[in-house]
Design a protein. Sequence first.
Length: 144
Amino acid sequence: MVTISFPGLGIEPFTVNKVAFSIGSIEVRWYGLIIVTGIILAFAYASWRAKQEGIVFDDMIDMALVIVPMGIVCARLYYVLTTLDEYDSLYEMIAVWNGGLAIYGGIFGGILGIFIVSKWKKLKFTKALDCIAPGVMIGQLLGR
């Protein structure tokens, strides 16, 4: 259980179970559902913008398949590098399921992913960035 509060808004603190639902022994947590929803909405918006800019949907799927994992890896890497004294083993460093992602690393990884796919697909990097960048705000708005 987690206690959620909104100080100064007149809303009393309340508790919420961390687990949204379980599939067998696998727990699906609310935070994970919120993050995935943010990713899906950001992708939908970026795809809509890309269509207006002449970028085909297949290229956007390729972008997402590179950007999302690269963003997660870099977000974890940034977090670990800024809190190195908290880890005793490599396993603890890669255990993303125990928490610890940093938005700065995720943004860096996403930009790097956009750059790589843009060069690979021969797309204009700035055009792709213009389509995708507002999605970061959507994800942050929902996830935070």
